[in-house]
Unconditional design. Structure first.
Length: 372
């Protein structure tokens, strides 16, 4: 991060913290609070003249801006407390922040956001990182996914958002990240217990893609797959939904059934994802194939339609199973999560039609160890 942008950023944090605190004493619309919010916006705008975007990440008790620690002090410390109180692990400001967006953030940090949950906006992106393991007898054992740091999570989120803004994928670091997950999973006796170590409160597509990567790797490792092919299967899972970054945000996050026109747009994402990955140097061909094929279904009753005799990749078959499982087990705004045993029954019922029969059987064996 350009260090000349740090001073206005520190001022922005100071004014925002003071605005939130003042609103608790007076009112959200009080003249003093309005003035402080305006000063916050001015300083953020000045910061974003130096940088197109800026990420603030909580690491321990520190707040890092673009990897550079902000000076610890009363305001930074209070800001970290406010973020943690709302379950926020990182916050990203993009050029173009509006007064309305900043007001929404201030209201949320002060506990006044209706609905009780902080929400991302177009230019202010909020994220949460959680590491969860439900192992018995873990004691003081070090979590094998501890290497999956907040900074790495932020970098992957930014990769996806880069695609949404610039229509191009930057593949740097993807292989290393998947390699880190593989190492962690090898130390995890029950790999599915590693699911959802990352949760972005308003970024389902990203969190889901990480989980599909984990599930793909668990399937492949149970079949004895290793080396470069294992890496490629993980990358395929991570990038399978990259095409959704070409879908309008209001469709992706719509808390209701899509219209026919919206569904038509949504169904384009396999084509768009495959094209993006094919055009990106360093991305394995298998990832583009899985992005294109993961909604086809085993009997080709899904989408996109393909000519008769199409030979669907086994990696795409794995990705379809992973995608289906994680989508059902995740609670979203428009659907509740489904119990694991019910998901297992649905997979069993649909094997041979929607899902590859042998890969489904293998996945159910993995799932049975988790539920034992």
């Amino acid at each position: 991060m350009n260090r000349s942008a740090l001073e206005p950023l520190r001022n922005a944090v100071r004014h925002l913290v003071t605005a939130v605190s003042s609103a608790a004493l007076y009112s959200f619309d009080h003249q003093q609070v309005t003035r402080l919010r305006a000063a916050t916006l001015d300083n953020l705008t000045a910061t974003l003249q130096e940088e197109p975007d800026i990420s603030l990440v909580i690491i321990g008790d520190e707040l890092l801006a673009g990897g550079v620690p902000l000076d610890t002090g009363l305001y930074v410390g209070r800001f970290v407390e406010m973020l943690r109180a709302r379950g926020i692990g990182h916050i990203r400001f993009l050029r173009g922040i509006t007064e309305e967006e900043l007001s929404s953030l201030a209201a949320s940090l002060g506990g006044g956001q209706k609905g009780g949950e902080s929400r991302s906006t177009e230019h202010i992106r909020l994220g949460r990182v959680e590491v969860r393991f439900n192992r018995s007898g873990a004691g003081d054992e070090k979590d094998p996914l501890a290497a999956f740091t907040t900074e790495e999570v932020t970098r992957i989120t930014e990769l996806y958002e880069d695609v949404a803004r610039n229509r191009k994928l930057r593949a740097a670091g993807i292989t290393d990240m998947v390699g880190g997950i593989i190492t962690a999973l090898r130390e995890q006796a029950r790999p599915l217990m590693a699911l959802a170590p990352l949760r972005d409160m308003d970024e389902y597509t990203f969190a889901h893609s990480v989980n599909v990567c984990i599930l793909n790797l668990a399937q492949a490792m149970s079949l004895g797959i290793d080396g470069a092919l294992l890496q490629e299967i993980g990358i395929a899972g991570l990038l399978h939904d990259i095409g959704k970054m070409f879908v309008p945000r209001e469709i992706l996050t719509k808390p209701a059934q899509l219209t026919e026109d919206e569904w038509r747009i949504m169904r384009r994402h396999p084509h768009q994802g495959a094209r993006c990955l094919i055009e990106t140097p360093g991305v394995p061909h298998l990832a583009a194939v899985a992005a294109f094929e993961h909604h086809m279904k085993h009997d080709f009753s899904g989408y996109p339609a393909v000519p008769p005799g199409w030979n669907r990749s086994l990696v795409s078959e794995m990705t379809s199973i992973s995608d289906f499982f994680d989508a059902l087990r995740t609670r979203r705004a428009y659907s509740d999560s489904v119990e694991l045993r019910q998901i297992a029954g649905m997979l069993l019922d649909r094997r041979g039609r929607e899902f590859h029969p042998l890969l489904t059987r293998n996945f159910l064996l993995i799932l049975s160890r988790m539920m034992a």
